[in-house]
Ligand binder design. Structure first.
Ligand code: M6R
Length: 359
């Protein structure tokens, strides 16, 4: 069942090229652009509330930036266990997007039920066909990632990012707010992404393996990112802590100086996302501050960028937000290799269940 891989997690990470291809099949191509028949008859929302937990919540945070920028829809992203108990302000003009791989997460379900009671429309973005989220939502978009067995979610997030990007394009086109080149560039990039991922994954694993030997003795890790990469920093930290049991915190790079930088010393490494985008100079200066405190730094970065780091993990550059699809497997593989090197039970980490059906 593991298809020759040592763990389901590794197999599922390596399935991501296929996952992207399956997500876009019938939904996006160069000739027709983007089509989401699941949303036929639904106007672009006035306000969008994304509700989710864990990795699905991180995917939602990532989608927020694209939906705001391409579709000019105000978006709030909410942790479902908080959303369900708040004194919510929702009405029939609001759309709630419930993101859940399993479609059975208790808090996400409770959040979407409250939203429906208040008259909002609920879209379910889930992976498991026939799950409770898919049955109770007004509209369902399936992520089609296939069964995810490992407790640590990997390919499901990749599929969620793909669908969130398609949603941003769909609503942006519906509203006429989509920047002229965005659809063509995004679709072209998405269509080419599976082959880029396929070619890169083996090399990413080698780098992750060698870095894991160097950093697995750390007791704590700081993950930093800005802009579209900030949610990826949160996800990298979550992956590391849940399967290797190493304490990790994900932060927006600019927040470092507001407290967390006090933690930095030679024993507390930083994993930075420092890619070629508008915010690179800011990220670089944040990393200079870490270096000045003798903090060791691993950075995922792009060719030709100069950075004050101990280990530069250079990945190929693709179009705009699609770079996150290459960052994600690096973070997953790093966590995987550290956990495996430390002899942890990668697929069944302690204290965790695949689907959290209780509060
Ligand atoms: O099935 P869901 O997407 O609703 O699950 C949400 C979280 O429980 C899940 O993402 C969890 O955080 C994973 N263990 C992360 O790897």
């Amino acid at each position: 069942q593991k298809g020759g891989y040592k763990h389901f997690m590794l197999k599922e990470i390596f399935e991501q090229p296929r996952v992207v291809a399956d997500c876009i099949a019938g939904r996006a191509d160069a000739v027709h652009g983007v089509r989401l028949p699941e949303l036929d008859g639904l106007a672009a929302p006035k306000r969008l509330h994304i509700v989710a937990c864990g990795t699905s919540y991180h995917a939602g945070l990532w989608g927020m930036g694209l939906i705001e920028s391409w579709a000019r829809i105000p978006v709030r992203v909410e942790i479902a266990s908080e959303f369900r108990y708040r004194d919510l302000i929702l009405d029939k003009d609001d759309v709630v997007l419930a993101i859940s791989q399993s479609g059975e997460t208790a808090d996400t379900l409770a959040g979407m039920r409250r939203a429906r009671e208040m008259g909002a429309t609920v879209i379910g973005l889930c992976n498991v066909v026939g799950s409770t989220v898919s049955r109770e939502a007004d509209h369902v978009i399936y992520t089609q990632a296939g069964p995810e067995i490992s407790v640590a979610s990997t390919k499901a997030m990749c599929s969620q990012l793909t669908l969130l990007l398609l949603l941003a394009l769909h609503w942006g086109r519906q509203k006429g707010t989509l920047p002229a080149d965005a659809q063509a560039s995004a679709v072209r990039g998405l269509v080419g992404l599976p082959s880029v991922l396929e070619a890169e994954l083996p090399r990413m694993r080698e780098v992750a393996q060698s870095l894991s030997r160097k950093y697995s003795s750390a007791r704590s890790f700081m993950y930093l990112g800005r802009g579209v990469q900030f949610p990826l920093a949160l996800e990298g930290a979550l992956k590391l802590k849940e399967i290797s049991y190493i304490h990790a915190e994900g932060y927006a790079s600019g927040e470092m100086k507001h407290g967390p930088i006090a933690l930095i010393d030679p024993e507390f490494p930083t994993f930075a996302l420092a890619l070629h985008d508008d915010l690179f100079p800011k990220v670089k200066s944040n990393l200079e501050e870490v270096q000045a405190r003798d903090g060791r730094i691993v950075a995922i970065t792009h060719p030709g960028l100069e950075l004050p780091v101990d280990d530069a993990w250079v990945i190929p550059e693709v179009w705009g937000p699609l770079n996150s699809f290459l960052v994600l497997p690096c973070l997953q593989l790093f966590a995987y290799e550290v956990a495996d090197y430390l002899g942890k039970d990668v697929d069944q980490p302690r204290n965790l269940a695949k689907s959290v059906t209780v509060e």
